[in-house]
Design a protein around this ligand. Structure first.
Ligand code: UT7
Length: 332
């Protein structure tokens, strides 16, 4: 919807996946798992793992340059950079500043948002709102993760699920009739903060020998509990967003869900009444890349010409926090 007479459009998209592919069979050598279990329970076949000298900002910078190129912009044009990540290069400064430095976007204001797998949906809504106020004319928004840096490679219940990657989009102010951004619905519930988290290394449990001895520096998750909450929250966020826009679910050409598990995606699509073939799935190739899943999927859809002017696309995500949310886009 248009506010202050300012439309918001997606001017360009980009993504970057590290070169190294780790298959399910490769993981059989690390932990007591097998390709059949991973495919059946998650849908994942392989994931990408970043090199030692590729922190989240390096992945994000590459995706950003590709998005800027698609938008016909140079880094100096960028007014605002927002990064969504739970694997920052350092505790501080924020990862958006590192991306800024890497790409030379010297005129941008930079900050990061920590909303786990919902991160991109959050920053899409934040950046669009900041453009709608007239404060900024454009924003480079990036979901980037090096989850391999917080994974316990001896824990089969988590290490098979995640991967590294980045996706970016350039949002820009435009004429109202070219508006792409329809609306968003975001939600959070801190009461569930312990079911998907990194227990140690922060200010409540600073890094120590004890943290290392007990593996508290790694991602920990109550998988089944997260699964149920993921389906319910994604269905609610998607339904409320569609209702807010006043459209029918049949009008949604692409449901672009957070890529954690094909069973979650199929269940969300079924409950929403979206045909399975309209729910985009690429987790087979990349696993769960947290804040990066949706912008990577968006870039793949755009680059493969799978979306036409007038098509609605619904991003919907769920993650640690808990956080969840949806953005509705009408492609132009
Ligand atoms: O990004 C947002 C957050 N993440 C998610 O949305 C993930 C949500 N959760 C899930 O996707 C699923 O809960 C998982 C894929 C994590 C797990 O699937 P599940 O069907 O819930 O399996 P489970 O945890 O109930 O485990 C079933 C069995 C257990 O063995 P027993 O106790 O039945 O003997 C596990 O020990 O599978 C075992 N198991 C494995 N076996 C082979 C757990 N991990 C593995 C593994 N390989 N990697």
């Amino acid at each position: 919807m248009v506010y202050n007479g300012i439309g918001v459009r997606i001017a360009g998209t980009g993504s970057y996946l590290p070169e190294k592919i780790v298959t399910n069979h490769d993981l059989e050598a690390l932990v007591d798992t097998n390709d059949e279990w991973i495919r059946a329970r998650t849908g994942i076949e392989e994931r990408r793992i970043a090199a030692d000298d590729e922190p989240s900002s390096a992945l994000g910078a590459e995706a950003s340059l590709r998005a800027l190129d698609a938008a016909g912009m140079v880094p100096e044009d960028v007014e605002l950079i927002i990064v969504a990540t739970i694997t920052p290069d350092k505790i501080f400064p924020n990862t958006a500043c590192f991306v800024q430095k890497r790409i030379g976007a010297k005129n941008a204001v930079c900050f990061s948002v920590e909303a786990a797998c919902s991160g991109f949906v959050y920053i899409f809504s934040i950046a669009a709102s900041m453009i709608q106020t007239g404060l900024y004319k454009n924003a480079l928004i990036i979901g980037t993760e090096k989850l391999s840096s917080i994974i316990n490679w001896n824990d089969r219940s988590t290490c098979v699920l995640f991967g590294d990657g980045a996706g970016a989009a350039v949002l820009a102010a435009c004429e109202p009739e070219k508006n792409t951004y329809v609306c968003s619905k975001l939600g959070s519930d801190g009461n569930y903060s312990d079911i998907l988290h990194v227990p140690g290394g922060g200010s409540c449990c600073p890094m120590s020998q004890k943290v290392l001895d007990e593996n508290l520096q790694y991602l920990a998750m109550s998988g089944q509990e997260v699964f149920k909450l993921a389906v319910n929250s994604m269905v609610a966020a998607a339904s409320e967003t569609i209702e807010q826009a006043g459209i029918e679910v049949d009008a949604v050409r692409w449901l672009i869900p957070h890529q954690a598990n094909t069973r979650i995606i199929k269940s969300v699509a079924k409950r929403l009444g979206v045909p399975e073939e309209r729910a985009f799935i690429n987790l087979t190739k990349y696993g769960n890349t947290s804040a990066a899943t949706i912008p990577i999927a968006l870039d793949e859809i755009v680059k493969a010409n799978l979306v036409n002017a007038g098509d609605y696309m619904l991003f919907v995500a769920f993650g640690g926090g808990l956080t969840w949310g949806a953005n509705l886009i009408k492609w132009q």
